[in-house]
Ligand binder design. Structure first.
Ligand code: FEO
Length: 401
């Protein structure tokens, strides 16, 4: 049965949600599911804004048929050629052979990589700022390379002041009936997953996101329609503000994140003691994660939020304990910049992971190592308490308490 929703008097939501998915992109746990958004602009000309993931094929075809109501499909705007949005493109073209595909030049070559249908005869290649009039709507195309793939563009509906934002301003999480951010407590219940989505999916490309934000700042935006998650019409200002912070690698808040891994509890004991002493000194909102347990995507999102990070782990096979090495890889590959670090190393016979961690962190612009002097030999010893107190004082000073 179709399940279409009206976004405005002539824009229809055709998307769907997957709550069975374990890992989005085979990489990210999605505890609240995932939505794949697609929209039909039903104007004098009909315009489909992207399709959806193949998992939603049946629902999508029913939705599209119902939304068209017997009209033909004139255009498909392909904003992003990643299969979570374009898996059904070939089938839609087969069912609507006269449709024109509006996209960037890079998208054309990507379509050829994924599909076998004839794109050259039906493509309308658009460049930065070019427009398409469909009747009551006029769509302006804005290139957004690397947000999140090189071919990405977003689309601004000039007359209705709607930004179809592709992956930008998206979020993990299914659509649960409510379509708009003002129908839920967005800041309380949805912002964390929007942050985890941003930091993991496009966190590396801060510069390119900044370029898109600059272009968006020249637009009057009443509604954002992303390809994942809720439509945003109340929190547009807050969301843009967050994007500005995330894409400039600016901490959202001054607080300390303690990320650790511990084989037999010696390292864990040390960071628990550190956290208690920080709390006793008035440090608030301390966050602690065992990176062997918590998926790196969650810890990365917290790392983008915080100002100071403690990394504590053990030496393992003459290197860094694997789960911490994975987390460090996540930090470096997502280009997190401008953070202050404390490194605590453990090692029962040849501790050297502290040096290896430092080498990795120093690849990141704006890294400041506050302290890396604590070296635990299996367990923290009473004579090392002054070393912990010294680190506590260093973090307190850094946080400005
Ligand atoms: Fe939602 Fe980059 O695809």
């Amino acid at each position: 049965m179709h399940n279409i929703r009206k976004i405005t008097d002539d824009i229809i939501y055709l998307g769907c949600s997957d709550r069975r998915l374990a890992l989005f992109e085979s990489a990210y746990p999605v505890k609240d599911g995932m939505s794949y958004n697609s929209y039909l602009i039903k104007d004098d000309k009909t315009v489909l804004m992207d399709t959806v993931d193949k998992v939603c094929a049946e629902q999508f075809y029913e939705n599209l048929d119902e939304a068209l109501g017997g009209k033909g499909l004139d255009y498909i705007v392909v904003q992003h050629m990643e299969p979570d949005h374009c898996a059904l493109l070939q089938e839609v073209v087969k069912n609507h052979p006269n449709v024109k595909i509006v996209c960037s030049q890079k998208t054309v070559s990507m379509i050829k990589q994924f599909f076998t249908f004839d794109i050259d005869s039906r493509s309308i290649v658009v460049k930065e700022g070019e427009t398409l009039k469909t009747g009551r709507h006029e769509l302006k195309f804005i290139m957004a390379p690397m947000v999140h793939w090189p071919e990405v563009m977003v689309t601004y509906d000039i007359k209705k002041k709607i930004l179809f934002s592709a992956d930008a301003f998206g979020s993990f999480g299914a659509i649960n009936g409510n379509l708009f951010d003002d129908e839920v407590n967005w800041e309380r219940d949805y912002l964390d997953e929007a942050r985890r989505y941003y930091t993991n999916i496009v966190g590396k490309y801060g510069l390119q996101v900044q370029m898109l934000l600059k272009k968006a700042s020249e637009l009057d935006i009443k509604l954002i329609c992303p390809l994942h998650g809720l439509m945003i019409r109340k929190n547009t200002g807050l969301f843009v503000e967050k994007y500005d912070k995330w894409s400039t690698y600016t901490p959202e808040e001054k607080f300390v994140l303690i990320a650790y891994s511990s084989v037999y509890g010696g390292t864990e004991n040390a960071v628990n003691l550190l956290a208690s002493k920080l709390a006793d000194k008035g440090v608030r909102n301390i966050k602690m994660y065992d990176v062997s347990i918590t998926h790196p995507s969650f810890v990365l999102a917290e790392a983008f939020r915080c100002s100071d990070i403690v990394l504590a782990t053990t030496t393992y096979n003459a290197g860094i304990f694997e789960s911490m090495e994975t987390f460090l890889h996540t930090l470096v590959s997502h280009n997190l910049q401008n953070r202050k670090y404390v490194i605590i190393q453990n090692g029962s016979w040849a501790p050297n992971c502290g040096t290896l961690i430092r080498e990795k962190l120093e690849k990141l612009k704006g890294t400041e190592i506050l302290d890396d002097s604590i070296c635990i030999k299996s367990t923290l010893k009473p004579e090392q308490i002054p070393e912990v107190d010294n680190v506590v004082n260093t973090i307190v000073k850094s946080l400005g308490i």
